[in-house]
Design a protein around this ligand. Structure first.
Ligand code: AMP
Length: 426
């Protein structure tokens, strides 16, 4: 299928061509025709599947007809809720890219930064608002935002919101929306709370699913270095000097650990930046931009800060600390080898972490090759008992196929038998 078959208006088609998109991803092909008709949608998908365009394109198309009205008179017509500041920024940037040939205005609002630039932009008139729940409620409380004219509501990464304790805020926001509206809910997994929330807000939704399989991406070359905890920094420095890495995302278990790695690298004259929850929003954004634009090749991150980030062509992922929950490994290495590109995932494992590493191998059902030829090599007792990692809410595993949107079984398509009250879009 091609975008031409999706009945998108010319300004959107033009933007997609300018972006180099030719074919819609499966979630786009499945969702866009129905969302264009005004249907509610329940999408089981994670970042990397092209889900942002699946909701952004139909919303932009719906709002395009309003863009002749003076901006200051236009109310907020579309609201997208996202769990983190980085995701909010990323989604809003996508709206800008896809909507570049339309006269629509979008902004992202999130906490951790001064509110003045956000309230100033809001006062000028906004069509599409992408927000994290806390700051949104804050600005609603201060009467900077009214949601009573919202026609399209998107709840993105709903399970992550649940993990982060935001569902109560989300429900408060939903209570402020008009009753007649289009609802689009996306979640990587469907825990009971999210299923309940979907059932309570979605009206006869079309269901689309691009659930990846429970294995690691085949195009990623994986290896592990057994190393004593105290030698991890020295090994890291050696590898960064010896191996050519275009861009490497290093995963640290803790925020403090991430800062320590950056400091140690700096002492070795290797420039790196850290991204984690204790950093100010400006600092996080600056680090991410520097990494994305290749001004800095090394980014050290904690899991929560790295989740969902769309970083093009990341060549290496380095797992400095073994994750306690095995599925996190699959999620971490899925940061590389995206969109069919090859990638390299290197793990460090000290004796205390070996139980977790065994859990990872068991999960992915694969033996990760051990690199023995390095100055800090140690042997680890392979018969160490596998301790079962605590069960927590986690993201699903990434998928094995070469191309992220070739992976899923076709979701069951539903006929648009019972449309919402709103008319199908032209
Ligand atoms: P998302 O899952 O929305 O975060 O998208 C993941 C990445 O895929 C982003 O870099 C998008 O720009 C890119 N992308 C989305 N849709 C397409 C498409 N149809 N063709 C090529 N790239 C796409």
């Amino acid at each position: 299928m091609q975008f031409n078959e999706l009945e998108l208006i010319e300004p959107l088609k033009k933007a997609l061509i300018q972006e180099g998109y030719t074919d819609p991803t499966p979630i786009q092909a499945q969702a866009i025709p129905f969302v264009l008709q005004g249907r509610d949608c329940l999408g089981i998908a994670q970042t990397g599947t092209g889900k942002t365009a699946a909701f952004a394109l139909p919303i932009l198309q719906s709002l395009a007809s309003q863009s002749t009205v003076k901006r200051s008179l236009r109310p907020i017509s579309a609201l997208v809720l996202a769990p983190t500041r980085e995701l909010a920024i990323q989604i809003e940037e996508s709206f800008k890219v896809y909507g570049k040939n339309l006269n629509l205005k979008s902004i992202a609002i999130f906490g951790g930064v001064g509110q003045k630039p956000q309230t100033t932009a809001l006062a000028l008139g906004i069509d599409i608002l992408v927000a994290t729940p806390g700051r949104l409620l804050d600005l609603i409380g201060q009467k900077h935002i009214k949601l009573n004219q919202v026609k399209h509501f998107v709840l993105d990464e709903a399970d992550m919101m649940l993990d982060m304790g935001m569902i109560h805020d989300v429900r408060r926001i939903i209570d402020l929306l008009p009753h007649v509206r289009q609802n689009l809910l996306f979640s990587a997994t469907m825990p009971k709370e999210i299923a309940n929330l979907s059932a309570s807000i979605l009206n006869d939704p079309v269901k689309v699913s691009v659930t990846p399989a429970a294995t690691t991406v085949d195009t990623i070359s994986q290896s592990v270095y057994f190393v004593a905890k105290d030698n991890k920094v020295s090994l890291l420095i050696k590898l960064l000097k010896d191996i050519k890495m275009e861009s490497v995302l290093i995963f640290s278990r803790t925020k403090h650990g991430a800062d320590k790695i950056v400091k140690a690298l700096s002492h070795a004259n290797i420039q790196a930046l850290a991204i984690h929850g204790n950093k100010s929003q400006n600092n996080r954004q600056m680090a991410l931009n520097a990494f994305k634009t290749r001004q800095v090749k090394i980014l050290v991150a904690t899991d929560i800060a790295a989740r969902g980030l769309d970083i093009d062509e990341l060549s290496h992922v380095l797992i400095y600390d073994q994750p306690e929950v095995a599925e996190t490994y699959v999620h971490r290495i899925g940061r590389t080898g995206r969109a069919g590109l090859g990638g390299v995932a290197i793990s460090f494992c000290d004796p205390e972490e070996y139980v977790y590493f065994k859990g990872v191998q068991k999960l992915i059902d694969k033996k990760i090759p051990v690199v023995k030829d390095h100055p800090f090599a140690i042997t680890i007792d392979e018969n160490a008992v596998v301790k079962v990692a605590p069960k927590t809410n986690h993201r699903p595993k990434r998928n094995p196929s070469a191309h992220p949107w070739d992976r899923q079984a076709k979701a069951k398509k539903q006929r648009p038998s019972n449309f919402n009250t709103r008319k199908p879009k032209a």
